[in-house]
Design a protein around this ligand. Structure first.
Ligand SMILES: Cc1cc2nc3c(=O)[nH]c(=O)nc-3n(C[C@H](O)[C@H](O)[C@H](O)COP(=O)(O)O)c2cc1C
Length: 179
């Protein structure tokens, strides 16, 4: 079993694409560092097995959880997140859904904290245009925010900046190793 469990839910593929990019970049740091799971097939035991988690969630249906995360949601209450370090990334559309931008990321962040997990990978919200978001913690998002509709050109650079920061906070890999 790898050190890190990477779990994503997706409706139209954007979060899956980002998750696969993250896996490829982490494999370049250390082959086999991360196992990847689609939430539509993940079990609570799968999540519970990892001390280090990366969770990917898009916001769907105007401020709602993505379907597979929504179905899995009650099972999060069966998982003890104490001692787990959790990095979140979200997908959203800041122009079309500027009042609920990244809301699902915020809901998942609060749930992880409520279950005793430690969040890592906060990301500055300055380079985005939106009116309201549940994913905000002061001037930062709880995790990495990606917007393939409006800022797809920034996604790779954001991943390359976020991954070393997140790994350093995990404390399991050299920050300089990701590129
Ligand atoms: C019907 C619908 C509702 C959406 N609602 C939101 C929203 O409230 N907030 C947000 O940030 N993005 C919203 N989005 C944008 C999606 O999160 C975005 O397209 C994302 O990249 C989808 O990820 P996926 O391809 O992994 O499903 C919505 C998209 C659709 C089609």
């Amino acid at each position: 079993m790898a050190k890190i469990g990477l779990f994503y839910g997706t409706d139209t593929g954007n979060t899956e694409d980002a998750a696969k990019r993250i896996k490829d970049m982490l494999d370049a740091v250390e082959p086999g560092l991360v196992d990847i799971y689609d939430m539509s097939r993940a079990t609570p035991a799968d999540l519970a097995a990892y001390e280090y988690l990366i969770l990917g969630i898009p916001t769907a249906n105007i401020g709602q959880l993505q379907t597979d995360w929504d179905i899995f949601w009650p099972h999060l209450d069966e998982i003890d997140f104490a001692g787990k370090k959790v990095a979140l990334f979200g997908l959203g559309d800041q122009y079309a859904y500027g009042n609920t931008f990244m809301d699902a990321l915020g809901m998942l962040a609060l749930k992880v904290q409520e279950r005793g997990g430690t969040l890592v990978g906060a990301w500055p919200a300055a380079d985005y245009n939106f009116d309201a978001s549940l994913a905000l913690d002061g001037d930062n998002f709880y995790g990495l925010a990606l917007d393939q509709e409006n800022q797809a050109d920034k996604t790779q650079a954001r991943l390359e900046a976020w991954l070393p920061q997140m790994l350093a906070e995990f404390g399991i890999a050299a920050p300089a190793a990701v590129a």
